[in-house]
Design a protein around this ligand. Sequence first.
Ligand code: G3P
Length: 214
Amino acid sequence: MKFFIDSANMQEIRAAAAFGIVDGVTTNPSLVSKEGNQEGFEDLIKEICDVVGGPVSAEVLSTEYSLMVSEGKKLAEINENVVVKLPMTEDGIKATRILSDDGINVNVTLIFSPSQALVAAKAGAAYVSPFVGRLDDVSSSGMDLVLDICEIYGHYAYETKILVASVRHPMHIAEAARMGADVATFPYKVFTQLFKHPLTDIGLERFIKDWGKT
Ligand code: G3P
């Protein structure tokens, strides 16, 4: 399973990349805005691409498909690893088809149902992003959606990868891996939580203490 960091914070991205187990990055307008970096968006994406030698999702802000296409093409020119992120709307799907046919990788985001994931795959999306945490937030099972998409894609030869997004804790990632999802993207905080288990800390403390007894 591939690990992507869901962040627009260069400090977090560099820190995560230093572990050598990060395969890519996803950003969205909220994350970029949180860093106060709307003006320098293209430079930010370029910098992320320089740090992480893998797919970097950059989201368009246009909502009309021809504008999405031109904005997406401009983003794709930044670096060959840029994946153009488009929302799961009618215009988004038209733009996905056009950009995908043009050889540009597209990540269709804001996926909340199996039928949306099916439509995105048919449009040639390189990735679909089911938002598991936001479904959990409204008392629906985010991981059930991932399972449904894995099952549906398993019946056909779509090349679309399942990118589990809106991840809130390590169990989302473990479950996604168990289901065979291709990628999970998660915040830096969740990345660090992946390493932790209290018994590891207790065990290490005991080893060091016991060694000191002899
Ligand atoms: O990048 C999209 C997604 O991961 C956002 O997550 O936590 O805002 O629902 P969240």
